[in-house]
Design a protein around this ligand. Sequence first.
Ligand SMILES: [Zn+2]
Length: 328
Amino acid sequence: MFGRRMVLGRVLGFEIRADASWGILFLLILWSLASGFFPVMYPGVSAATAWALALLGTLGLFASLLLHELAHAVVARIHGVTVGGITLFLFGGAAEMESEPASPRAELLIAGAGPLASLGLAVGFYAATGLVALAGAPQPIVGLPYYLALVNLALAVFNLLPAFPMDGGRLLRATLWGLGRNLRRATKVASRMGQGFGLLLIAAGAFQAIAAQNLLGGMWWVLIGVFIHGNAGMTYRRLLDRLRLQGLTVRDVMTRDVVTVSPDVELNTCLRTMTEGGFRHLPVVDPEGEPMGMVSQRDFVALTFGQALRRMRGTARQGLRNLLKGGG
Ligand SMILES: [Zn+2]
């Protein structure tokens, strides 16, 4: 899913990485805060103050995003799901889980942890806004915790939309899974809703870009829609692959009519058996049927190639000797 990544550090044992695309998001948010949010909310704010507050706001947003993902990662770890790390990228953050939760309850808790953390942060920053205002701080500074309260609330609400693979979609899947006891069907419904939501975002974005003349904002929604649509479908396909192998053992796929060779069989006979039967490998068994080793076509190639090489070397040496004799 990700291209070039930079490791930012480790938190609670999780590697924190930034995808190259994350730089775009960082600049976009910084710019929209410095030229949009702060000057619009607080007319008359100086450009220097606006940029300084915008930088703090952007850093605060990424810290909030990281806490959201860390909440997922910690709860996942508690429930035995391996987390490969946390990556910040163009559309926010992702805790990369290397396996699926074992039960609907585990998935419910893992998926719920992120929005809950964002909601907690929203309340915290809202309280901080009141405190900063009470302390008599200048207006634009009050805007910083206020912005972070808003953005965390937005993060919680947006992530709770029932569109897989977003948190709300995972909550929906966990609920359906718990009710119907069928992970495949639950994932199918949740990912179809995710795909539908992705298409809806693409349409809304296109409308915004064309009809409302908001090209950048519209394109942004289109991109997020494409991302969600693609991811929802991919998650379902990956699950199908996993379920197809689940419960199967080697017994279910192994070859039953095994052709074996005895260690005393001549190589020519063995090679004939292999080429006629189309075998690349044959197990070697002793007269009691106990396995002793394997013989593969590659062994023959190595052997004949080695012989040919030795013969060539012998001929070359002989030729050289004859040449020297003739010359002397
Ligand atoms: Zn989340």
